[in-house]
Design a binder for this molecule. Structure first.
Ligand code: SAM
Ligand code: SF4
Length: 314
């Protein structure tokens, strides 16, 4: 379906929880989130119902996210149900990777096509510091488990943070030397806990090209500008929502774990889907697509959303 700016909306990011086993400093407060009463979070059945209605309106790709989607009870069953939707072309999941040692194989067997693993540093001490409670070894085991389960074209999402991991850019690019992986550098977006961080933390994606001048451009994919080192197997992506907004090419809508449809990550506008069924649900999703904002305003100010990233689904 087209939105009112003529953009084809075919990608749904569906958040399955706002809880997480990590507390990344830019994403969540240290104390975590208030654990909601069970009924506040969409059930597996309702998540499936929303996905089916969205697919009926032209969504062909769904990415499950959170919070950490792998802490959600029933996640494998949800994947199985979504994979059974005939018109759905791609089922993807974004994870911090820590629970992949147990879950990579069941997710693959349930029909998940692709995994993105978030990884901001390759140094154990920094990893513990940024996640406040994570261990890098768990994620490295998760990566091995994902490969063993057959997820061979993994993507890594690395949030670029000035003064934290910009000295590791070449190490991350080096991961693409012997693996058909894509390492994607994402600009830090001023929202939630990091909205007030010093401006030196917010680096443009082009920093990667300055540090690795051997990278050559290759065709873009979705919102990522892509590059490759001539002799490396994998690729490098730059996702630059702040310095190079890609709103004109944005094909996404989002549904939060508490059932609010958002046309834009950074907008305050939300449409409640909870309790809607059949044509009422379909109409609400259609309205959300038509009302998708033309653009965000991150280049001029912080995000307009009062939610932290874990409460939307990055
Ligand atoms: N827990 C999963 C994970 O970390 O992959 C999925 C949810 S997380 C909110 C999704 C992505 O959003 C992660 O790659 C995370 O690094 C990114 N993210 C969170 N806050 C961000 C911010 N302020 N700017 C840019 N990316 C952010
Ligand atoms: Fe959790 Fe992902 Fe947010 Fe880190 S970025 S706190 S792993 S939801």
């Amino acid at each position: 379906m087209l939105d009112s700016c003529g953009r084809r909306i075919d990608y749904l990011r569906l958040s399955v929880t706002d809880l997480c086993n990590y507390r990344c400093r830019y994403c969540m407060p240290e104390e975590g989130v208030f654990k909601r009463p069970h009924g506040d979070i969409l059930s597996i059945e309702v998540l499936e119902e929303i996905a089916r209605a969205a697919v009926g309106l032209g969504i062909t790709k769904i990415r499950l996210t959170g919070g950490e989607p792998l802490v959600r009870r029933g996640i494998v069953e949800l994947c199985r149900r979504l994979r059974a939707i005939p018109e759905l072309k791609e089922l993807c999941l974004t994870t911090n990777g820590s629970l992949l040692p147990e879950l990579a194989r069941p997710l693959r067997d349930a029909g998940v096509d692709r995994l993105n693993i978030s990884l901001d540093t390759l140094r154990p001490d920094r990893f513990a510091a940024i996640t406040r409670r994570g261990a890098l070894d768990d994620v490295l085991s998760g990566i091995r488990a994902a490969e063993a389960a057959g997820f061979d074209h993994l993507k890594f999402d690395t949030v670029l943070i000035g003064g934290f991991n910009d000295d590791e850019i070449a190490d991350f690019v080096g991961l693409t030397e012997n693996h058909p992986w894509e390492v994607r550098f994402i600009e830090l977006m001023p929202m939630g806990p990091c909205a007030c961080w010093d401006k030196s933390c917010f680096l443009p994606g082009t920093t990667v090209l300055d540090r690795c001048p051997d990278l050559q451009p290759i065709p873009a994919e979705g919102v990522a500008r892509r590059y490759k080192h001539q002799s490396y197997k994998g690729t490098v992506g730059l996702i630059s929502p702040v310095s190079h907004d890609f709103c004109a090419d944005c094909r996404r809508i989002r549904v939060t774990a508490d059932g609010k449809l958002k046309g834009c990550l950074h907008s305050r506008e939300e449409i409640a889907l909870r309790g809607l069924h059949g044509w009422e649900l379909e109409n609400a999703i259609r309205r959300g697509i038509l009302q998708k904002p033309q653009r965000h305003h991150l280049a001029e100010r912080s995000s307009d959303t009062p939610r932290n990233m874990n409460q939307i689904g990055g």
